[in-house]
Design a protein around this ligand. Structure first.
Ligand SMILES: Nc1nc2c(ncn2[C@@H]2O[C@H](COP(=O)(O)OP(=O)(O)OP(=O)(O)O)[C@@H](O)[C@H]2O)c(=O)[nH]1
Ligand SMILES: [Mg+2]
Length: 181
């Protein structure tokens, strides 16, 4: 048995899930993660590189990989694709001028072989902001690339829909990996 197989089996046995959080700079990735971790969202600052957080969500152990989204570091995203169970792509719904850039990055990720088996959750974040694009509009855009992605609206600042989104993701991954929830 090869090392990769042993690691994969251990991961399954220990019910670990690897979740990769990507999206443009300022989309709200680290603030979403802070909500999931129940840590103060006001202390979040731009991510230069990446942060890994471990969150117990019985019976699962989640490894949350929060990667910086600035253009200059996006070329490093590919270093984190391997063994991903869930991809969370965060969109700033209150920045329509950056939607084209955001969708083009998402399209690239959805075409990536190493992410092909991951559950995909797109968060239309910042729904608390006046003029934020409604989730239906972002769903229609994402649907042009892949229909099996789940798109949910949320606000990482108010916490609205943030834990529901994580629950959906865990359930989707668990159904695939363990055939039960
Ligand atoms: N109003 C509002 N502001 C938000 C929301 N989510 C995040 N923000 C703000 O948006 C800014 C950027 O948030 P971050 O979580 O640092 O964004 P990021 O995607 O991690 O950015 P990088 O680390 O640079 O890739 C911060 O000022 C947050 O407070 C939201 O749902 N509503
Ligand atoms: Mg960040």
């Amino acid at each position: 048995m090869g090392l990769a197989t042993i690691i994969r089996k251990t991961k399954l046995k220990e019910r670990q899930m690897r979740i990769l959080i990507l999206g443009l700079d300022g989309a709200g990735k680290s603030t979403v993660v802070a909500q999931w971790m129940s840590t103060p969202t006001l202390e979040v600052s731009p991510t230069f590189g990446f942060h890994i957080h471990t969150l117990a969500h019985p019976p699962y152990m989640l490894h949350l990989w929060d990667i910086g989204g600035q253009r200059t570091i996006r070329s490093y995203w590919r270093n984190y694709y391997e063994e991903t169970d869930g991809l969370v792509f965060v969109v700033d719904a209150a920045a329509p001028q950056r939607l084209g850039e955001s969708m083009s990055e998402l399209r690239m990720l959805l075409g990536e072989d190493r992410l092909a088996s991951a559950s995909v959750l797109v968060l239309a974040n910042k729904q608390d902001c006046k003029g934020a694009l409604p989730v239906e509009e972002i769903t229609a855009m994402v649907g042009q690339f892949k229909t099996s992605c789940r798109v949910m609206g949320c606000s990482a600042v108010t916490g609205d829909n943030v834990s529901d989104s994580l629950n959906w993701l865990i359930k989707d991954i668990a159904t695939r990996l363990y055939h039960k929830v």
